[in-house]
Design a protein around this ligand. Sequence first.
Ligand code: PLP
Length: 414
Amino acid sequence: MNLTELKEKHAQYQASGLNLNIQRGQPSDEDFDLSLPLIDILKRDDYKTRSGIDVRNYPGGVRGIPEACELFSELLGAEPGEMVVGNNSSLEMMTNVLQWALIKGVKNSPQPWIRETPKMIVTVPGYDRHFSLLETLGFEMVPVEMTADGPDIEAVERLAKSDPQIKGIYFVPTYNNPTGDTISEDVAKRLVTLDAAAPDFTILADDAYSVHHLDDNPGEIPNLLQLAKSAGNPDRVILFGSTSKVTFSSGGIGLLAMSESNLGYWLKLFSMQTIGPNKIEQWRHVRFLEQYPGGLKGLMRDHAAIIKPKFDATLRILNEEFAGTDLATWTEPRGGYFISFNTARPVASRVVELAAEAGVSLTPAGATYPGGVDPENSNIRIAPTRPPLGEIEEAVRVMANCVKLASAEYDEAN
Ligand SMILES: Cc1ncc(COP(=O)(O)O)c(C=O)c1O
């Protein structure tokens, strides 16, 4: 289609009064419905755990109930003794860790990070909330590219070795938000062993999608904590996760895992913030997941049955619209919540603007880069999980026309 035809098609979309949204990284109501038994699974006399903790009262400690540590250790590939099970948000746990690191340092810090004007390596494209959190806390971000094998390891090694102010790397190791890329065994091993100028170089691995496979055979996914322990560097890795996209986004459980030697240091700090987490919610999750057919794995398989057709439809339409053109590239994730789409020309912000005109809400261009600025103006995060299948198909078709139109406008002007 030429520019005039693309404009006409865009005008037709505008006139049709669409109201579609593929920017929200949220489960669908169908996903939530799988966990509805959570709401009333606890009967009023079910307040004592098998380990004898009364979930109504304070005693029980800051690590969460042992049954939850055991159950969720599977989610992070950790030992139960390495787990901290918290309240509903892993982001809050990440914030706690970063704030304590600034004020007190991590276990092996010569001094609090704040004294050193700390820098943090981040992967791009990446998760906007990591960037805004680091920025708000005063970290200087050092972006490296997220490749199909994980963070660009050559760049990470070079940066970490040369600059003692670089205190670590903060990224998503499994099914990255938004690319869907997963760290390879080789990159994981190099990360846990790299020679860093900072003695307290820390890997903050946000494993939000560790069990969110779309394939029946996801294969072995490297576990940074286990690799760090085997490499004799047990305190370098802190893993985070949650059930926000397993059970309820607002009523789930936040998780953290680190070596037992590291836990001693961190639990003292966490216990300054709280006497303990909400143990009732934890016990409810234990009861629910234990009775779910196939347990956690079974629940994730049922999510995949809902989510995979949405990814498949998005990828099919992208192929139909762009295969054989020089207009765009995109990722084909094997899990997680997002597809990362790149326009070949620097037109992402124009695509988002055109899509909004046509009634399709896309993640703001630049959101996947620190400071909201994508230097290539090309990355768009597609989130296919929340809307029903039909809406996704329509939204991706509209977006495709916007990409073609923005690219044609660009070619005409340049
Ligand atoms: C990579 C990543 N980490 C964390 C979160 C939020 O986690 P939580 O709900 O546990 O705070 C999200 C949500 O989209 C995410 O994509």
